[in-house]
Write a protein that binds this ligand. Sequence first.
Ligand code: F6P
Length: 345
Amino acid sequence: MRVGILTAGGDCPGLNAVIRAAARRLMTHGHQAIGLRRGYRGLAEHDWIELDQRSVSGILHLGGTIVGTSNYNPFREEHGIEKVLSQQTQDPLDAIIAIGGEHTMMITRRVQEELGIPVVGVPKTIDNDVTHTDYTFGFDTAVQIATDAIDRLHTTAQSHDRVMILEVMGRNTGWIAVYAGIAGGADAILIPELELTVEEISAAIARRHERGKDFSIIVVAEGAQLAFEAGERQLVRASEDVDQYGYPRLGGIGAALAVELEQRTGYETRVTALGHIQRGGTPTATDRVLATRYGAHAADLVMRGETDRMVALHGTEMTSVPLAQVEGIKTVDLRYLELARTFFG
Ligand code: F6P
């Protein structure tokens, strides 16, 4: 078999580990792996590299993706479908392994169902919001980076009696915020899934100070709303732009919250927005193992002809689900927030 492997959408730590595992597994069974460059653009434009033993060697620990990524959607680009079909006629692939988030899974399903190329999806995102899998690779790394940041903020917060706000990514879910917040011992966590008003956070900070704590750490997910007791709500955006999926570009809630908290509590407040640092660099050991399991399992599914599916982690089991089931987003299990709340204030 000749199998194309591609990475699409935003990058995340562990992509190379998936590529390596899938390619090595295919090679072991006598098949050929090729890397489609820049996501589905590589398929439409016949832009690919050979993924042989040599090219996938030494990449396990590397962040980013050796084949590049893009948001190219053949169903939306002018002549996208014709280009893909003409490449398939001239230089056919037997299957595609597509590594991406929710939108990539939707495109990938259409590639099999409408263009007739067998596909297997692999769920990636630091946001951990892909449905039907317990964890996406990249999430653990992002949480570790955010937790390290909280640890560092703790010492400087303590020295200066300050309130420190850490803004983390996650788009419309608060998985990174809630995990890093629990791991780092945050004094308040704001996520999109459950509202916490500015007044409630101010009260939690005041309670801490009353019991002799002169500093506080607050973790806020970029998609959380700035909410007030009186009912006003605001989604803070980095710009008026929307991305190619129609999502607002998020960012800035940390700074907006800082102004409100400083006014109400009188405590000096500082903000750190971690941004893309959460997505760069080397994956954690946990993500390397998960990505390796995902990659190898995707190759196994392709070789068995079990396509139109997404590999998935259920508990400790590596399994798969039909791509048709993968839609919407997986929001935070609120029991995590309930646990975190035990330590607020
Ligand atoms: O989905 C991953 C993610 O990093 C989100 O957490 C974030 O909102 C978004 O991508 C940022 O996208 P971009 O890289 O296009 O700025």
